[in-house]
Design a protein around this ligand. Sequence first.
Ligand code: PLP
Ligand code: TYF
Length: 397
Amino acid sequence: MFEKIERVPGDAILGLIEAFKKDTNPQKVDLGVGVYRDAKGTTPVMRAVKEAEALLLKNETTKTYIGSHGAPSYGEVVLPMVLGEGSPVLEAGRASVTQSPGGTGALRLAADFVAHQLPGKGIWVSDPTWPNHHGIFTAAGIELHKYPYVDADNRLDFDGMLSALKQIPQGDVVVLHACCHNPTGFDLNQQQWQEVLKVLQERDLLPLVDFAYQGFAEGLDEDAYAVRLLAENLDNVLVTSSCSKNFGIYNERTGALIVVAKNNEEMENVRSQIAIVARENYSNPPAHGGSIVSEILHSPELEKVWREELTEMRDRINTLRRDFVDALKPYGLDEKYAHVAEQRGMFSYTGLTPEQVDRLRDEFGIYMVRSGRANVAGFSSENLEYIAKAVATVNGK
Ligand code: PLP
Ligand code: TYF
């Protein structure tokens, strides 16, 4: 039966984890998979999460199903976190929230919803984007297209992006990274988002805003600028939110699909369809991660601790970006890599070529995605000089 089944390569990003483990170089550096690391290179459980889990363990009375939309106590804290406290969208009752297995699960819910309820609509992703976007939307049976995002000099190509958006057929879906663009780290500024909004309005496009890194660029509210702008000014918006990074609960699979509709009536109609999609995929989402988030955001003390920890992560990343550029100064490469300090989030499209990335791995034990994407959180005060020297070497310096 299975004789004809071919073996295919695994996920290139996740594959770096295995390759890194096998490397015996004592100075090896992991700049691969997008997981936050502290100064020691570890990804510890956040203190607020530990405390919330202790409370959950003590107080949990049942493990019964939580329903296709997930726990209401989770939804009621995620909505204001994403759309803003007192958001007019919430006041109007036109936002629906569905707990999902990670941001990935939310993307698949959105994809299946589009495929079933908006048949014939194409979906547009940035070039480049997170590779899983291609897989998820194609698996749902949606036709995938790309719009430009970076130019040949490895800078944000906003003009190219905007003119491509203006050509998209009316009613198609446009995937936008709210902040911390994966893989490039190039984000739009507020004025650019307003221009995108205008095009979405003019061409009646449906934005699907992927919001996987809220709190990792400038702050929880600052990073939500695009989501809130679009939600408050458009009739229809899809938002996929993830708590994997900002709560550090990667393996608990905690996210949400938020659907903004024209009014409460339409929202309830759409919501009923989302429940079907969730049921057909996995019935009910896993509960634990959502319970952690709910516990933290319902407790002013735990929320304060969590916000401080999140700020610490964000500040560390932004400091390391500047430190990296500084470390390249002695080699005369600080201008060439100045963009690394301007980018936001965990990732930097460094501009290193695949050949340079291979050399960094083979000669220095430094691992990153072949596209030249580095996880900046893998930098530390201990390894920055080593990395700078290696980058200078592959640049012929
Ligand atoms: N979207 C983007 C752009 C991501 O980088 C990630 C990260 O893994 C996700 C979505 C999904 O995150 P998760 O499913 O782990 O919550
Ligand atoms: O881009 C990253 O590194 C993260 C983590 O199949 C990730 O988004 C990578 C690949 C994958 C799932 C998660």
